[in-house]
Design a protein around this ligand. Structure first.
Ligand code: SF4
Length: 349
């Protein structure tokens, strides 16, 4: 059954994380579509009020007038940040082939030299390779492909409608060869079955072989417990009771209720990234203030224990590097920025 698409119009399109919402390390967010055809079993898109499950009978909403609305919103912004596409849905899911909203948005961002970061699982992004490559020569932008596994069979089970992990790796290589700052999201990492140091190391190594500049990680967050419990019962029943215990208490961001486990996983991830000499951060912060507030928030003691958003911990970057990142974003790839960053032996590409 093919997915139904529904055209919608919107009054506003730009979301804002602000200083305290740095989970994705961006200032602004935008999703060209609501809901997602890839239908991954672990997806938490439905927690945004789209119903209990996302199957093909539920239409994907197409924000038809988004380019015009965004043009107006960009004109009114006082300062640039980084706009992240692909928060609640994949900007290159199949519907994009028909409506090309993402492409129109990228053209607009290029015209404004407005920094952007794309997160996707789709090979359709290669259609816009030239556009992104050209943009990345002028100002800051980056792309991350997400992987929960490199195993083709498991990938099919977890992400039934998405391009295979193998195909995604090809995309990573092509983007990287085109000179675009490219990385992977190793996410979600599943406790007990994809969280061994060997497996994490293998995925990072494969990503590095395909030319990534950075690797980000995130543990599975259980925001869609009913759907995921059903999946475990059907396919990996041996883990069902362990997950019930690990996610018994609803923790911030729905992470596992086991501080020791999280720290241990972070250490494995960090050491594997270090071993392969790859960065563990999404290469941007839009302002220095944002970077400092990020640190104040994440490295101060909260509720008696140093709770650290797991994604941030994995992707820790020292303040001095963040300041350099900020310079790169604010000044773009122009001469003064390049000269300054060269003095500090910085930056990936
Ligand atoms: S690609 Fe992303 S947004 Fe789409 S279903 Fe999978 S996890 Fe959800």
């Amino acid at each position: 059954m093919s997915t139904k698409y529904e055209k919608i119009t919107c009054k506003r399109v730009l979301g804002k994380f602000g200083f305290f919402g740095t989970r994705f390390w961006t200032t602004y967010t935008f999703d060209p579509y609501e809901k997602c055809e890839f239908n991954c079993v672990y997806c938490n898109t439905c927690t945004k009020g789209y119903g209990d499950s996302l199957d093909n009978s539920i239409p994907v909403n197409v924000k038809l007038n988004a380019p015009q609305v965004l043009a107006g919103e960009l004109d009114q912004l006082k300062r640039k940040g980084v706009l992240r596409m692909g928060i609640w849905s994949d900007p290159y899911q199949p519907v994009e082939g028909k409506y090309r909203i993402t492409k129109q948005i990228l053209e607009l961002l290029k015209e404004h030299e407005f920094p952007f970061a794309i997160g996707t699982k789709s090979d359709l992004i290669l259609r816009d390779l030239d556009l992104i490559s050209e943009a990345s020569r002028k100002f800051h932008c980056c792309v991350a492909l997400s992987f929960s596994t490199l195993d083709e069979k498991l990938g099919k089970l977890l992400e039934p409608n998405a391009p295979s992990p193998k195909r995604r790796l090809e995309v990573v290589r092509r983007l990287s060869e085109a000179g675009i700052t490219t990385g992977i999201w190793l996410a979600p990492i599943f406790p007990y079955w994809t969280d061994s140091e060997e497996e994490i190391g293998r995925t990072i190594e494969t990503a590095v072989e395909n030319g990534v500049n950075f690797v980000l990680g995130a543990v599975y967050d259980n925001r869609n417990p009913i759907k995921f419990a059903k999946f475990l019962e059907e396919h990996l029943v041996q883990f069902a009771s362990k997950y019930k215990r690990l996610y018994a208490r609803d923790r911030p961001c729905h992470y596992p209720d086991d501080e020791f486990y999280l720290q241990n996983l972070a250490m494995k991830f960090i050491s594997q990234c270090q071993k392969r000499g790859v960065e563990r951060f999404l290469p941007h912060f839009s302002t220095r203030k944002q970077a400092w507030l990020f640190y104040l928030r994440n490295f101060s003691k909260i509720e008696g224990s140093p709770f650290v958003g797991f994604t941030q911990l994995l992707n820790y970057l020292s303040p001095s590097q963040e300041i350099l990142q900020t310079i790169r974003i604010r000044l773009g790839n122009h001469g003064i920025s390049k000269a300054f960053l060269n003095v500090f032996g910085y930056f990936p590409h």
